[in-house]
Write a protein that binds this ligand. Structure first.
Ligand code: KG4
Ligand code: ZN
Length: 359
C-alpha cells in the first residue's frame, strides 16, 4: 500500500479532546488540520485531572472537534481513507469516548478502523515532523510518562528504561505545588529557577549510582519538601530567593539525571538520532543539556514543535496510517485499554503518573 492516504485521528486518553486530519503521500506527510480542546479549566479546582469529569467532557466535545478538524481540512468524511483512534493507554472513560465515536463513524461510513497506542503516536511523531528514519531513540518526558524507547518500525519498540515512580512533569507539578507556585508547575518552576542558585541546596540525583536507564523522581521531590520544611522551621517562611534556589536546584537535578540516563540509553541503543517529546521537552535547560549530550555522542537531536510534542490527534492519525500500511486494522471488537505497554517484552514499570498511564 504505497499510495496517498488521508486519515482522521481521534485522541481522548487524558485531558485533551483532539481530532486531526493527516495526509500521507509518497513525498511526505502533511497535517491538514489539528484541533485540540484542553480541559485545564475544568480540572483546575481539583488540583489534578478528575477522570469522570474528563470522560464527560470528551463525550460532549469529541464530535465538535471532529467537525472542526474536517472543516479546517476542507474535507468531508467521504474524502477519508480511514479512522484512527487512541485505544489506550489512558483514563478508561476518555479512551472509551474516543473508541465508541470512532466505531460509530467507521460503521456509518464503511471506512477502516485503526486502534492506535497513544505512546506510539508520540514515538512516531519525529517521522512526521522531522522525517527521521528508523531506528532512533525516543525520550518521552511528560506529566504522566517517562521512558526511553528505541523505535525501529511502526510497531517495533524496545523500552530501555523508564521512571519507576513519578514522571518528571509530575515532579515539576508537585514541586510547584509545595512552593506555592501555579499549575502546570513546569513553566512556573523554570521561570523561578532563572534567578536561583542551583548549588545552594544539595539535592539527590536518584538512581545515577545504579546501572541502566531507569529513573526515579519521587525522592527528589521529597528532598525539596524537606529543604522547604527546614527553611520554614528555621526562618518561619520562605524568601523569594529561597524559592528560586529550590527551583533551580530541583531543575538542575532533573537535568543531570535525564542527561546521564540519555547518555546510557544512546550507548545501549547505538542509534544515529535522539528525539525528545512530551511537555517537559519545553524546558530550555533540559533541552540544552540533551542537545549537548547528542553533540558529545555525534547523534542528531530533534524535538517536534511543542504543539505536536504534547497530546494531539495528528500523531494518532499519522500512527494510524503507519499501522494501516503495515496491515494493521481493527474490527468493531476494538477495546479501550487503560494499560497498554508499547514494548510487551519489557517488564512492566511500577509508576504510571498522576494522570494515569499516558505520555
Ligand atoms: O506532554 P504534556 O502536555 O502532557 C501531560 O502529561 O499532560 O506534559 C505536561 C507536563 C506537565 O507536568 C508540565 O508541568 C510539564 O509537562 N511542563 C514542563 C514545562 N512545560 C510543561 N516541565 C518543565 N519545564 C517546562 N518548561
Ligand atoms: Zn501523551
Amino acid at each position: 500500500m504505497d499510495g496517498t492516504l488521508v486519515f482522521l485521528g481521534i485522541e481522548s486518553s487524558c485531558d485533551d479532546t483532539a481530532a486531526a486530519v493527516v495526509r500521507d503521500a509518497p513525498g511526505g506527510a502533511e497535517i491538514l488540520s489539528s484541533v485540540v480542546e484542553g480541559q485545564v479549566a475544568l480540572h483546575a479546582p481539583f488540583g489534578g485531572v478528575v477522570p469522570e469529569i474528563a470522560a464527560r467532557a470528551h463525550a460532549e466535545r469529541i464530535d465538535h472537534c471532529i467537525e472542526a478538524a474536517l472543516a479546517e481540512a476542507g474535507l468531508g468524511l467521504d474524502a477519508l481513507d480511514g479512522i484512527a483512534v487512541t485505544a489506550g493507554p489512558g483514563l478508561i472513560g476518555g479512551v472509551l469516548s474516543g473508541v465508541m465515536c470512532a466505531k460509530g463513524l467507521a460503521a456509518a461510513t464503511g471506512l477502516p478502523l485503526v486502534g492506535v497506542n497513544h505512546l506510539a503516536g508520540h514515538a512516531l511523531t519525529p517521522r512526521l515532523t522531522d522525517g527521521l528514519t528508523y531506528p532512533y531513540l525516543m525520550l518521552l518526558v511528560s506529566g504522566g510518562h517517562c521512558q526511553f524507547l528505541t523505535v525501529s518500525g511502526p510497531e517495533d519498540f524496545t523500552r530501555l528504561g523508564g521512571s519507576i515512580d513519578d514522571a518528571p512533569g509530575e515532579a515539576f507539578d508537585k514541586v510547584a505545588k509545595l512552593l506555592g507556585l501555579p499549575q502546570p508547575g513546569g513553566p512556573a518552576v523554570e521561570a523561578e529557577a532563572m534567578t536561583g542558585d542551583p548549588r545552594r541546596f544539595a539535592l539527590p540525583r536518584p538512581l545515577l549510582d545504579r546501572p541502566g536507564c531507569d529513573l526515579s523522581f519521587s525522592g527528589l521531590k521529597t528532598a525539596v519538601l524537606r529543604a522547604r520544611d527546614g527553611l520554614l522551621a528555621a526562618q518561619g517562611g520562605l524568601f523569594r530567593q529561597d524559592r528560586a534556589d529550590l527551583c533551580a536546584g530541583f531543575q538542575a537535578a532533573v537535568t543531570d539525571v535525564l542527561a546521564e540516563k540519555t547518555r546510557r540509553a544512546l550507548d545501549l541503543s547505538a542509534v544515529p538520532a535522539l528525539a525528545v517529546a512530551g511537555g517537559v521537552a519545553a524546558n530550555s535547560t533540559i533541552r540544552a543539556a540533551l542537545e549537548r549530550v547528542c553533540a558529545e555522542r555525534g547523534v542528531r537531536f530533534t524535538a517536534p514543535p511543542l504543539r505536536l510534542c504534547t497530546d494531539n490527534a495528528a500523531m494518532i492519525a499519522y500512527a494510524g496510517i503507519a499501522r494501516f500500511r503495515a496491515d494493521g486494522r481493527d474490527g468493531m471488537d476494538l477495546s479501550a485499554r487503560p494499560r497498554w505497554p508499547l514494548d510487551s517484552r519489557s517488564p512492566a514499570l511500577i509508576g504510571s503518573g498522576k494522570k494515569g498511564a499516558k505520555a
